[in-house]
Ligand binder design. Structure first.
Ligand SMILES: Cc1ncc(COP(=O)(O)O)c(C=O)c1O
Length: 393
């Protein structure tokens, strides 16, 4: 089946945070939304069919996970990452961010330190602070337009902070890095040496551009598997975030039992009825769609990279190796944070994620979401070009 990602879908009755919350978030309704990470594409047809079929049953009582649910996930990881996960390693969570918060709640006490690698997905800061813990930063370094980890700084920060956890964004949002095995190995060894548990958020792991390979952190060595928790979900891959279904993979039995007991305490054991069938259909029958989606996103990325290089030279694109989020280096515009935000909202009329939301190193940057039909992407980029030309005559 050939999917058409060019179709523009009206999301006005879609109850979408990306489209409906523009005024609350940016102070104006008249913006092209290119911010929060969901896609303006329909999910794969088998997923839609599975949800419709389930809806037609008309009974939406408490759910139970069938064996086929776990089989679908296990087969997906085996096929795509050669990672053999076992059925009893899974703990269900209604989302990855909730899982991160529950993990922190389970494995730390207030005041404990947690390492993050900014600029990074901003809810990382929120879940740490909301649980009364302290953020310790191990900033990424931008070398030749690409982010790399600073291992010396990490080693020093772990020594001085006695941090309990490290939140890893893999692939990295917003830098777009698909970490190489060797990079993860170095990180994992340092964490093992300092007794720091690695929480690997791999929600973007399926969205990888040609020439790159996502390596699940826990698949590298048995020691890493025992010293990590991997957060996975079909929500970015298949545009299912509103179905609130994620799977937390914990090979270490002691860690798993502790985390599972937190989820039980909060009565968060059962899947949403639609998320359950959508996940299974996506992992079983969604691969063909995903391959076409990635090719389309790659086309969008090439278009964006070329357009900025030729026509908006003041803004540099940090070319991602994965994810559908692109980090734009706007520092050459010479604007303050407030001015840059105002410029994108009031002059370009696009809603982007402000770089400062992502913490240290985010100032002067903006994140654009390219998971939309090409025509919308063109419109957004042209708006930016026009504003740059007018403003910086
Ligand atoms: C790195 C990362 N983790 C988690 C999430 C959200 O996860 P969930 O919707 O399952 O809470 C996102 C969404 O953008 C993300 O980029």
């Amino acid at each position: 089946m050939k999917y058409n990602f060019d179709t523009i879908i009206d999301r006005s009755n879609n109850y979408s945070s990306k489209w409906d919350e523009l005024e609350v978030m940016f102070g104006s309704k008249d913006l092209l939304p290119m911010w929060v990470a969901d896609m303006d594409f329909k999910s794969p047809q088998p997923v839609i069919d599975a949800i419709v079929k389930r809806a037609e049953q008309g009974i939406f009582g408490y759910t139970s996970r069938p064996d086929t649910y776990h089989e679908a996930i296990i087969n997906w990881f085996a096929k795509r990452y050669q990672w053999e996960v076992k059925e009893d390693w899974f703990v269900y969570s209604p989302g990855v961010v909730p899982a991160l918060s529950f993990i922190i709640n389970t494995f730390t006490k207030p005041g404990d330190k947690i390492i993050v690698q900014p600029p990074v997905y901003y809810p990382f800061f929120q879940v740490i602070e909301n649980n009364g813990c302290q953020v310790v930063t191990n900033p990424l370094k931008l070398l030749n337009q690409q982010y790399v980890m600073d291992y010396e700084d990490l080693e020093a920060k772990l020594k001085e902070s006695q941090a309990k956890l490290l939140l890893l964004s893999s692939p990295h949002n917003p830098g777009g890095r698909v970490w190489h095995k060797e990079e993860l190995r170095k990180l994992g060894k340092i964490c093992l040496r300092h007794g720091v548990l690695v929480i690997s958020d791999e929600i973007h792991g399926d969205l990888i551009f040609k020439g790159n390979k996502h390596i699940p952190f826990a698949s590298i060595t048995e020691e890493f598997a025992q010293n990590s928790i991997t957060c996975t979900a079909p929500s970015k891959t298949f545009n299912l975030a509103g179905l609130q279904t994620s799977n937390i993979i914990i090979p270490n039995q002691t860690l798993r039992e502790k985390f599972a007991s937190t989820m039980t305490n909060f009565h968060l054991k059962r899947n949403n009825a639609f998320g359950l069938v959508a996940l299974e259909a996506a992992y079983k029958y969604g691969e063909e769609w995903l391959e076409q989606l990635i090719a389309y996103l790659e086309g969008n990325l090439d278009y964006l990279v070329e357009y900025f290089a030729k026509r908006i030279k003041q803004i540099k694109v940090i070319k991602p190796e994965g994810t559908y989020l692109v980090w734009l280096d706007c520092r050459e515009l010479g604007l303050t944070t407030q001015e840059l935000n105002d410029f994108m909202i009031k002059e370009a009329q696009v809603a982007l994620d402000s770089g400062v939301w992502f913490g240290q190193g985010g100032q002067g940057f903006m994140r654009i979401n390219i998971a939309c039909p090409r025509a919308l992407l063109e419109e957004g980029i042209k708006r930016i070009e026009k504003a740059v030309k007018l403003h910086f005559k």
